[in-house]
Design a binder for this molecule. Sequence first.
Ligand code: NAI
Ligand code: 13P
Ligand code: ZN
Length: 353
Amino acid sequence: MFEKSTWIRLPRNVVVGHGVRESVVEVLDDLHMQGRPLLVTSPTPRAVAADPIAADLEDRGVDPAIVTVETATFDAVETVIATAEAEEANYLVGVGGGKAIDIAKMASERLEMGFLSVPTAASHDGIVSNRGSVPDGNTRHSVAAEPPLAVVADTEILAEAPWELTTAGCADIISNYTAVMDWRLAKRLKDVEYSEYAAALSEMTAEILVDNADLIRPGLEESAWIVTKALMSSGVAMSIAGSSRPASGAEHLFSHQLDRLEPGTALHGHQVGVGSIMTAYLHGGERGFWQDIRTALSSIDAPTTAAELGIDDETVLKALTTCHEIRDRYTILGDGMNERAAREVATKTGVIE
Ligand SMILES: NC(=O)C1=CN([C@@H]2O[C@H](COP(=O)(O)OP(=O)(O)OC[C@H]3O[C@@H](n4cnc5c(N)ncnc54)[C@H](O)[C@@H]3O)[C@@H](O)[C@H]2O)C=CC1
Ligand SMILES: O=C(CO)COP(=O)(O)O
Ligand SMILES: [Zn+2]
């Protein structure tokens, strides 16, 4: 008997382009969303986009509340939930980088409220995904969360954000290559749930981004357009899979461990990019593939070494040898690397000296 079923939750409206920040009110009307929004943001994105959006809403007779969060923690999710209840909000609008959007989507899931995603940086592929990523002690959760009903991605805002945020987004996409390699390996060895459509979409997204690397340059609004479309496509792959597997393998475990060992030092996307060079090397397979990843990263100005991340060699080795413990996700790291093997991969790929 056939017993499979699936439920893929995707945004209904995706609005991308120059100046679309001003369309938030139209998007809300189109979705028939009524009542009071709570804007969930962090300090810089508040000034860049949340305050102007609040002013637009006020001009149209909507009375928004705003809450500012700093870190992607379960405590921050609780703060947003308490604020939404105190302010009698009817839906949430996440305005900011990956952390603010993750918090908004997780709070929306708990509150059973709709949510709009308004990225202010093309720095991560959580813009449309139905997952939130939260560090918690020795582990890192990938939490099921409310996907946005709509995304409003203003390329003018995204292009004006610091360039390294955009290169971080590119690296988050380039890391899809190794995430999918890990996923296929786990399918073969552990028979984990796997979607060929999600894997193919994730790989194709990385391929299109790399093919367009020449167009990804600071100050070019078209770059924000190309990168944002890739980030959304990658997020859709996660939503199709119902997990972050298409976009998160061992290179993400490495990055999550760096977040524990060296919090706040380097951007998520930059860390996963460097991790991806090393896990591509471990996969071996196609000769020279890890060099292709490194070349793709340097072509868009993303870091390829520990020094460029601002992280010392010993921390890289510690992260490599321990990151398999972060979560129960089978990858090329298997049950862990020993220090000699870690030093070899990090040295051979030029990540450490
Ligand atoms: N849920 C998911 O599927 C995914 C979640 N993530 C999560 O997202 C986070 C990484 O996202 P990031 O955006 O790198 O981190 P982030 O949200 O901390 O943003 C990085 C910095 O950029 C600043 N920023 C944002 N927009 C700006 C602008 N327009 N101008 C100036 N500064 C601006 C922020 O204030 C922050 O200081 C991690 O926690 C990661 O785990 C990443 C990928 C997928
Ligand atoms: O960053 C992600 C995809 O780019 C997803 O993060 P997780 O590794 O927490 O699932
Ligand atoms: Zn990521």
